[in-house]
Write a protein that binds this ligand. Structure first.
Ligand SMILES: NC(=O)c1ccc[n+]([C@@H]2O[C@H](COP(=O)([O-])OP(=O)(O)OC[C@H]3O[C@@H](n4cnc5c(N)ncnc54)[C@H](OP(=O)(O)O)[C@@H]3O)[C@@H](O)[C@H]2O)c1
Length: 294
């Protein structure tokens, strides 16, 4: 936490202290969109940038020049110019800023802006508002109609699962999960993820796991446990778990048969979840490393 906070917090504060009596034209802080939108696994980065935003507002109240820019990820240059980051951001509806666009936005802000804090983030609102923080009421005014329609369209797995005969439910969810996991992993259109290979063996990292969990929340219209991807780390075990979770709210009638079974024998039990404790430990260690690095 200290490693991440210190350069931004002390650096900006020292500049403020040392220049507050000078007649400056500009005092520009490079904050991050992470402080506006959140960033899974990067709490300390978010805190450091929120300090910059707070400092800009503080200076503004003192009548000093101040502008904190919450930049979205830049392409081609800088610390966020990696394919993995851009893929993750894209899957949340956040695009990248090209150096040309960034320079133009900066010039415009320096020339015309009077507000102490501005976010410069290319956002695909209809996609962004379908998941995670995008559903927060704070963002509701950005594209209210699109948000409602998109969310309602996404959150339909529950209804579809419940309408299906019990024997078809796991098959339906298995296919749906294959599509979502492929998107999160950034697989090519014709590539399908394996049903029994661990997500982490397929290249999923902790941030992608958070992204997948967010997608499940949106599709199911209800939050799933934060650890669900670690506890059920294959498509097959996850599908079985989610069907059980969704259908637990609708217990079968007293004769023990679900109404849609039509007298058919109950389906075979899904594969039991594997021993995942070591995978959970590994992922927790990876999360700690990420937190330390960020
Ligand atoms: N790139 C983006 O997409 C993006 C998006 C949002 C916000 N931002 C913000 O914009 C700023 C610049 O980002 P960038 O991508 O250009 O970063 P960068 O390429 O990683 O450059 C960071 C600069 O900060 C210096 N630095 C790093 N750690 C330091 C420390 N502990 N003490 C003193 N100096 C340190 C580095 O010095 P050395 O070269 O000597 O290591 C380097 O000059 C950052 O504040 C970042 O949070 C960037």
């Amino acid at each position: 936490l200290k490693t991440v906070l210190a350069p931004k917090v002390w650096g900006a504060w020292h500049l403020h202290e040392l220049t507050k009596d000078l007649s400056l034209d500009l005092f520009v802080l490079y904050s991050s969109a992470a402080a506006l939108l959140g960033s899974p696994g990067q709490g300390s980065h978010v805190a450091a940038n929120s300090f910059l935003d707070g400092l800009a507002h503080y200076r503004h109240r003192l009548g000093l020049p101040a502008l904190s820019i919450n930049w979205g990820p830049w392409s081609e240059v800088g610390s966020a110019a990696t394919a993995v980051i851009h893929r993750q951001m894209r899957s949340r509806g956040v695009g990248a800023i090209s150096p040309d666009q960034g320079k133009r936005a900066l010039s415009q802000l320096l020339l015309t802006n009077r507000s102490p804090q501005i976010g410069v983030v290319p956002i695909q609102w209809s996609q962004f508002q379908q998941q995670g923080i995008g559903r927060d009421p704070f963002f509701a005014n950005f594209n209210q109609t699109g948000h409602r329609a998109a969310f309602e369209k996404k959150a339909d797995w529950q209804a579809q699962i419940k309408q299906l005969p019990q024997r078809q439910r796991i098959g339906f969810l298995t296919q749906a999960l294959q599509t979502e996991v492929a998107k999160v992993l950034g697989l090519a259109g014709n590539q399908k993820p394996e049903l029994t290979t661990s997500f982490f063996d397929m290249g999923m990292d902790s941030l992608m796991a958070v992204e997948l969990k967010n997608q499940l929340d949106a599709h199911l219209g209800t939050p799933v446990a934060a650890t669900v991807i670690f506890e059920f780390p294959t498509i097959r075990t996850l599908a079985a778990h989610l069907v059980e979770m969704v259908c637990a709210a609708d217990p079968p009638p007293a004769d023990g048969l679900a109404p849609d079974l039509h007298g058919e024998p109950p389906p075979a039990n899904p594969d039991p979840p594997p021993d995942v404790s070591s995978e959970i430990e590994q992922e927790l260690a990876a999360l700690e490393t990420l937190l330390e690095r960020s």
